[in-house]
Write a protein that binds this ligand. Structure first.
Ligand code: ZN
Length: 330
C-alpha cells in the first residue's frame, strides 16, 4: 500500500504574556522530536522541567490550569455527546502528555462539556489512523484479516487507556450525564471519580455480540456481580449504585460538580508529588498483582474472537441488530 503523506505542522501560537498565553493545536502533525512536541504545545522550560501555557486548545479537547497544581482536560465535542473519534482519542492523549509533563501540575482532572460525559466511540468515525501520531508499538494498521483492526484497537483503545491509567500523577474523572461503553474507557483509567447525581454508566455492547468494550476492567471497577449484570442486561447503573459499589468516590448535585471536583483536586495537589506518585503506583501494583493487566489482555483476545465471528456472519465487526436494541433501551 502507498505510504501515507504526513501533513506539515499547523500548530499556531498566540503571543501574549507568560501565564496568559493560549495555544491552538490542529490535527495533522507527525512529531519528529521531543523538542518539536513541546514547542508545538507551547510548553517552555522553567528550570525544573516543562511548563504549559495557560490554555491549550485542540479540535476535540482543551487543557487549562483552573487552580494551583491542577491541570484540567476537557472534552469539547458536546454537540455529539462527546462521542470519541480517533481524532479525539489522539488529542486527548496529547493533552494528557502536556498535563503529565507540566511541572506545575500535581493532579489532573478529566472533564467534559455538555449534558453528557461521553456516548462512547463514534461509529461514524472517518479519521485515518495513519494521520495520527502512534505512541505505542503497534503496526500494520491496514493489514487484512484480523491483523490490522486488532492492531488499531490495541493502539488506540487498550494501549492508550493503559497509558493514561499509569500516568505518574493522580487523575480525577469529573462525570455528568450519560457514560456509555467507550465512555467508561475514559472514566475507569482515572484514579478517582466525582460524578453528578444524574450520571449513569452503561456498557450495552453485548447486544453487538461482543463481550464488552475493549478496556475490560469491569469486575475490578464495579465488582463481579454488578459487572455481569451491566454486561448481560446493558442496563445503565445510576450514580447512587456506582457509589454504593465503590465505582465512584463522590456524588454531588450537577451544579456543584465542577467546584467539588476542583476542591478535591486542589486538596490533593498540595501534597508532595513523590508521595502521590508512589501511592498511586502502590495501589496500581496491587491491582496488577490481582492480575488486572492479564485479565484485560485475555478479554481483549476474546473481544477479537467476537469481532471476527461477527465479520464471518454479518460482514460487520458487530452484530448489526444490536444497534436498534441499544437505541431502544438507551
Ligand atoms: Zn472492538
Amino acid at each position: 500500500m502507498p505510504t501515507p503523506i504526513r501533513p506539515t505542522p499547523t500548530g499556531r501560537r498566540d503571543e501574549g504574556g507568560v501565564g496568559t498565553r493560549a495555544i491552538v493545536v490542529r490535527a495533522g502533525f507527525r512529531l519528529a522530536t521531543a523538542q518539536g512536541l513541546w514547542e508545538r504545545f507551547g510548553m517552555q522550560s522553567n528550570g525544573d522541567g516543562m511548563q504549559s501555557t495557560a490554555e491549550t486548545t485542540w479540535e476535540r479537547v482543551r487543557f487549562d490550569r483552573p487552580a494551583p497544581g491542577v491541570g484540567r482536560i476537557t472534552l469539547t465535542r458536546a454537540e455529539a455527546a462527546n462521542a470519541q473519534d480517533y481524532l479525539m482519542i489522539s488529542q486527548l492523549n496529547e493533552a494528557f502528555d502536556v498535563a503529565a509533563q507540566d511541572t506545575e501540575v500535581r493532579c489532573i482532572v478529566l472533564a467534559a462539556e455538555g449534558n453528557h460525559f461521553s456516548s462512547g466511540h463514534d461509529l461514524r468515525d472517518e479519521t485515518d489512523i495513519n494521520d495520527l501520531p502512534i505512541v505505542g508499538t503497534q503496526c500494520h494498521f491496514d493489514a487484512e484479516g484480523a491483523e490490522g483492526y486488532m492492531a488499531r484497537e490495541a493502539e488506540l483503545y487498550v494501549g492508550l487507556c493503559w497509558r493514561w491509567r499509569n500516568i505518574a500523577k493522580p487523575t480525577i474523572a469529573q462525570v455528568q450525564g450519560k457514560v456509555i461503553a467507550g465512555g467508561l474507557m475514559l472514566v475507569w483509567p482515572m484514579d478517582l471519580v466525582v460524578c453528578s447525581d444524574d450520571a449513569t454508566f452503561a456498557d450495552p455492547v453485548v447486544a453487538f455480540g461482543v463481550n464488552g468494550h475493549e478496556y475490560f476492567v469491569h469486575p475490578y471497577e464495579a465488582g463481579a456481580r454488578l459487572a455481569k449484570e451491566m454486561l448481560f442486561t446493558g442496563r445503565p447503573i445510576t450514580a447512587e449504585e456506582a457509589h454504593r459499589h465503590g465505582m465512584v468516590n463522590k456524588v454531588v448535585p450537577r451544579d456543584d460538580l465542577e467546584s467539588a471536583t476542583l476542591e478535591m483536586a486542589a486538596h490533593i495537589a498540595k501534597r508532595p508529588m513523590i508521595g502521590l506518585t508512589l501511592a498511586k503506583q502502590s495501589v496500581n501494583n496491587s491491582l496488577d498483582a490481582m492480575g488486572m493487566y492479564t485479565a484485560i489482555q485475555s478479554a481483549f483476545g476474546l473481544h477479537h474472537v467476537a469481532h471476527n465471528h461477527n465479520m464471518r456472519l454479518f460482514d460487520s465487526l458487530v452484530d448489526p441488530s444490536g444497534l436498534q436494541v441499544i437505541r431502544d433501551e438507551a
